[in-house]
Design a protein around this ligand. Structure first.
Ligand code: 5GP
Ligand code: ZN
Length: 135
């Protein structure tokens, strides 16, 4: 994709703080990090989101994330870690090239990535299940 910033970063055309690279992926430090070490797994091929990305590229991104997460745990001594992946503007996606956030968490990091739980009735949960599964 000609005008995609993450294509340019993933290919190396635009320099980045790279934590890991192989033939299919580059992992970079996010330049607007939630926490110290916040990184992004970028497939080198362009897919906009979860709906477009092929299964093998998606599963490869998870394997890369696991590798980098292990290194972060060791080197940054983080207390926890979130993997987050946004799809569509409604979900907070701002760069339309698939990416997986790796966010190391520290007990005192002051971030709040959790959501406010709803309280659906049992009937509502059944209705949602039927809508999604058709069964
Ligand atoms: P999204 O909201 O689309 O899931 O996440 C996009 C992320 O990319 C944001 O966390 C943002 O800080 C990061 N980002 C956007 N542009 C750049 C860039 O040019 N370089 C780097 N390293 N990160 C970027
Ligand atoms: Zn792209």
């Amino acid at each position: 994709m000609d005008n995609c910033i993450f294509c340019k970063i993933a290919s190396g055309e635009i320099p980045s703080n790279t934590l890991y690279e192989d033939d299919g992926y580059r992992v970079i430090l996010d330049n607007g990090p939630a926490t110290r070490g916040h990184a992004l797994v970028l497939p080198k091929a362009h897919y906009a989101d979860l709906f477009e990305i092929p299964e093998d590229v998606l599963s490869g991104a998870a394997v890369v994330a696991k590798k980098v997460a292990g290194t972060m745990k060791e080197k940054l001594s983080c207390d926890g870690l979130n993997l987050i992946q946004n799809n569509g503007a409604a979900a907070g996606q701002t760069v339309m090239h698939f990416h997986l956030h790796i966010i190391p968490r520290y007990s005192d990091d002051g971030q709040n990535i959790l959501w406010k739980p709803g309280s659906p009735s049992a009937e509502e949960l059944v209705e949602i299940r039927k809508t999604i599964t058709g069964a």
